[in-house]
Design a protein around this ligand. Sequence first.
Ligand SMILES: *[C@@H]1O[C@H](CO)[C@@H](O)[C@H](O)[C@H]1NC(C)=O
Ligand SMILES: *[C@@H]1O[C@H](CO)[C@@H](O)[C@H](O)[C@H]1NC(C)=O
Length: 400
Amino acid sequence: MSTKRIAIGAAMVGLAAATPMAVRRGEAPWSSQSASGVAPTSIVGGRPFQSVPSGASAGGAQIKSGNPFSFPLDNGFPTLSDDAIKVVNVLAHGTEPNGPPPTLQEDDLTSFQLIAFNEIFEVAFFTDLLFNVTTDVDGFTIEDLKLRQTVIDALVAIQAQEELHADNANAVLSNNHKDPILPCQYQFPTTNLSTALDLAATFTDVVMGTLQDVQLHLALNNAADGPNVVPIIGSVIGQEGEQTGFFRNFNGKIPSAKPFLTRSSREFAFSALNQNFVVKNSCPNIDTIKLPIFLPLTVNTMPVQPKNQLISFSVVVDKPAPPTGLSLVLINGQNVPIVEEVQNAVVRDGVATFQANFPHDEYVLDGLTIAALTKSAGPFASAEDVAKATIAGPGLIEVN
Ligand SMILES: *[C@@H]1O[C@H](CO)[C@@H](O)[C@H](O)[C@H]1NC(C)=O
Ligand SMILES: *[C@@H]1O[C@H](CO)[C@@H](O)[C@H](O)[C@H]1NC(C)=O
């Protein structure tokens, strides 16, 4: 897999040239634990799941385990036959849009490549999570049987819905004479249900922010069919928001995080997926996706409390001197990105650690904040503007 990093920026400031894109222990915000490396253990799909100890049923859902996780599922996913789709539709409580397939511009097809890339990962995550919950894997047991069934019912629907999101994105690509995105292998850092659902809320928040960017591109690109796709993307943003409401509520948070959800960009989503979940060199056609993968930006202050404070970050560097001339940008809600100074930078063992102000109270920085280390101080008008100047990121901060 090629690394489409911002080579000029990195050379300029002495950031490391070679950075692993897969999970690095303790370095990325989503990788507090290393993947176990356990081989796939079980496939039980396409029929009612029989061996669930406490009587809960995942009724015909695809259940498969593996860390790293690999496809296909038993029903053929990511390639679904017409018969397989009928089963998934029932589990997903609906079908893919059945209007004529849109003809899109190259740039919007990049968006759909990213959507497929992301949704296939999400299917992997929720399939593995469903396995863990239904088979009572240590850390994923739920004592209260009613709650257990509620969680299983939710995960069965979410997994099937993500299968349809992925299938639909790949169908759009095929209809526009692009190769469908093929699955990678994925590693998951989570070993209990609470952190798994927190993680799901975080990556879903990034997706919801990114789909805003996808809509903006569809609107600006002026293709004949572009505007017709904007509402479909809107329907998926709402759908993903229903999911995060459930994840948040399960962990004792209020379901709706903010009045206006945090904006993201395609570059940040693609980087985060590659930095945190994708097994290096496991993606057959990732090179067809023309988006950059930034250096990972680690948020060392975790969890971030809802108050004004200095937050500590780190990034891999290949020079002994701390990087200079850089800014730390915070994106939250629909506000103009906040530009902060890089403070107290030190380099040790190839890692630059620095601090930046987190002005929680002035902006009420609850929900998702996307942090990026940039080569300029802006001002930036949007998340995508920030992405254009980003060297390392996204650092993902969730407050409340
Ligand atoms: C499922 O459990 C295994 C074993 O603890 C763990 O490695 C994996 O990350 C879990 N899956 C998810 C999605 O949390
Ligand atoms: C879940 O895992 C996290 C990260 O390892 C740990 O901090 C937390 O205590 C665990 N929670 C439970 C309920 O085991």
